[in-house]
Design a protein around this ligand. Structure first.
Ligand code: F6R
Length: 609
């Protein structure tokens, strides 16, 4: 995720900006830049790669005079990680420089309008429209120009704006992207993240959506979209720096789990316009769609499990056969794949060696490829015919959480998109699917809130067991695969998932007194069947932790413990159902004193076979 920082005061700005950017490095980035105002002129310095390169280029900032400036670390979304696409971006007249955190969803329409009006673009970014809009609306009042430009934007933004006509003031704006103002003495700051500020000031104010501020050495003035002043309370930060890097959370995994409502929202909302699902840069014509006779999903680990849940949605809605293949198997399987196959490749990192190899194998056989990837410019993205990015932001904990739920979000959008194109569902069902997908971020938040207090207690109860079983049917089974993986990889408890109907075919022999069984029961079509399996397990002494709707008395009455969920559309339920299971694994691992963010023997990106 991008990070921004700004400074205005009596010190040289560039070293402070570079220091702030270094503090934001932990969030992940692929390029960085600063802009400083000096002698009524803007100096912009930006570069692909590490902050160290930027430091070297500016002699640790010493070579860049000026006491007011803005800085940025970029995590590429629109356009590859290049020097041109790095921020800050400048206006054509050289008067403004802008840094931006977030996504401008309507940038294509704005870009077309600005090009028409004669503005020239130097980057492929969504951000560059902002600086040209500000130039277009500028009539001598920066505040007004920033308000008017922001009113044209859709999406999310935290903006920092420098103007050569205001030699000591930085203007900022916020909508659905964090922006924190830091108050000093004779100097003031802003940043997207407290981490960048705490070594300079612990007195902060939080800007809300739709608010703006003018930050100068003399003070910070906050105003709303009509220009009217807004009063803000000053907060005192008491965290230490290390905690601040994790946004106050104990672990990156916890932070990333809590980010899931926002990450799924960022992935879903730009893909739904006027009730229709669409993908930027990916469309299937009728002819093309007719020629596809099957879909193959390939991936590794959690991404593979996301594929298992995605298969159910695609087959249900589109009536196209879908197979989900482990990339490590598919690459050597002499697969039955040809030009009538649509290959969907899932990878958070985009650098998983087996996934890349399987993809190459299928491409060579003629498959059309769609990659669902989180890292822009990654190998999988480069190899694919079409890319649909999950906009989860960087994932730092080794165990994926928001990577998985955003992959599912894309698969659900894709299922609905294909169903719409194929006409395989009536219009009302299509509309219901769009509404259900839209509600995923809110339901994830509800699932977190409903279980936040109970999960640490449940974790204490279950943390000393040597093994755990996860059971479920259909969508519930697909989620149980990922739930069990989360448990084993971070807590080191042996956890296995079984299709509930398979218990009787062997596994039930392992059920004995006190054996924990996590029973997933959110798929109403098969609840009765899973309840029978719960009863069978209980008859053999199992302790059953049921995951079900909060009002599902039938299941709750049979279980020893319950993880309660809000009601939701069955076919998309895995995206919500998984979240408390991630949290259960997290709290169990914490009870056991495990190194949660870096589990033993695991790497974040498996770039070797
Ligand atoms: C588990 C986990 C892994 C990854 C797998 C694929 O928590 O993170 O199982 O899902 O290594 O990685 P990507 O999605 O980067 O291809």
């Amino acid at each position: 995720m991008c990070g921004i920082i700004g400074y205005t005061g009596t010190e040289q700005a560039a070293p402070i900006l570079l220091d702030g950017l270094r503090k934001l490095e932990y969030r992940g980035y692929d390029s960085a830049g600063i802009a400083v105002l000096y002698d009524n002129a803007l100096t912009v310095c930006k570069i692909t790669g590490r902050i160290a390169n930027l430091s070297e280029k500016t002699e640790d900032g010493k070579a860049t005079p000026g006491q007011v400036g803005i800085g940025h670390t970029r995590w590429a979304t629109h356009g590859a990680p290049t020097d041109e696409n790095a921020h800050p971006h400048k206006s054509n007249d050289g008067r403004f420089a802008v840094v931006h955190n977030g996504i401008i969803e309507n940038y294509q329409a704005l870009r077309a309008e600005l090009v028409e009006k004669g503005y020239t673009f130097e980057s492929e970014t969504d951000t560059e429209v902002v600086v040209h809009l500000i130039e277009m609306y500028y009539e001598g009042d920066v505040k007004n120009a920033v308000i008017r430009a922001s009113a044209r934007l859709r999406g999310s933004w935290a903006l920092g704006v420098l103007c050569t006509d205001c030699p000591d003031t930085v203007y900022v704006a916020r909508e659905a992207s964090p922006l924190i103002l830091g108050a000093g003495v004779g100097e003031n700051y802003f940043a997207s993240d407290i981490t960048a500020l705490v070594s300079y000031t612990r007195n902060v104010m939080y800007l809300d959506d739709g608010e703006f501020a003018a930050v100068s050495p003399a003070g910070i003035t906050i105003f709303d979209g009509t220009g009217r002043p807004v009063e803000k309370k000053l907060h005192r930060i008491t965290w230490d720096v290390a905690a601040a890097e994790k946004g106050g959370y104990e672990h990156f995994m916890l932070k990333e789990m809590m980010e899931q409502p926002r990450a799924t929202e960022a992935t879903i909302s730009p893909r739904i316009r006027d009730g229709e699902v669409f993908f930027e840069g990916f469309a299937l014509g009728e002819e093309e769609l007719r020629s596809i006779d099957k879909i193959v999903i390939t991936a590794c680990g959690s991404a593979y499990y996301a594929g298992c849940a995605g298969k159910i949605a695609i087959e249900r809605l589109c009536r196209i056969p879908v197979s989900v293949e482990l990339a490590s198997e598919l690459r050597y399987a002499d697969p039955l794949i040809d030009e009538h196959t649509l290959l969907v490749v899932l990878s958070q990192s985009g650098e998983t060696a087996d996934t890349i190899a399987a993809m190459k194998e299928c491409k060579a056989r003629g498959a059309r490829t769609v990659a669902v990837v989180n890292v822009v410019g990654s190998t999988v993205a480069a190899l694919a015919d079409h890319v649909i990015y999950t906009w989860a932001g960087p994932e730092i904990a080794v165990a994926t959480t928001k990577g998985y739920t955003t992959q599912l979000s894309v698969l659900y959008l894709l299922a609905t998109y294909l169903a719409g194109k194929k006409g395989s569902v009536p219009r009302e069902r299509y509309d219901a699917c769009v509404a259900a997908i839209r509600s995923i971020p809110k339901l994830i938040q509800e699932a977190i809130d409903l279980n936040a207090a109970a999960l640490p207690r449940l974790a204490r109860k279950y943390c000393d067991h040597a093994s755990m079983f996860y059971i479920g049917r259909n969508t519930d089974y697909a989620v149980s695969l990922e739930g069990a993986l989360k448990m084993k990889e971070i807590s080191y408890i042996h956890a296995e998932s079984y299709a509930a109907g398979e218990l009787k075919h062997g596994t039930i022999a392992l059920i004995e007194e006190g054996q924990p069984v996590v029973a997933l029961c959110c798929n109403e079509d098969v609840t009765e069947k899973t309840v029978s399996n719960i009863v069978e397990c209980k008859a053999r002494g199992a302790e059953v932790l049921a995951v079900t709707f909060r009002d599902n008395g039938r299941v709750i009455s049979q279980a020893d413990d319950v993880i309660a969920l809000p009601r939701m559309e069955t076919v998309f339920s895995p995206a919500v159902e998984i979240v408390p299971l991630q949290m259960l694994a997290y709290y169990v691992a914490r009870e056991r004193g495990c190194d949660i963010d870096k589990p033993k023997n695991l790497a974040k990106s498996v770039t070797v076979e």
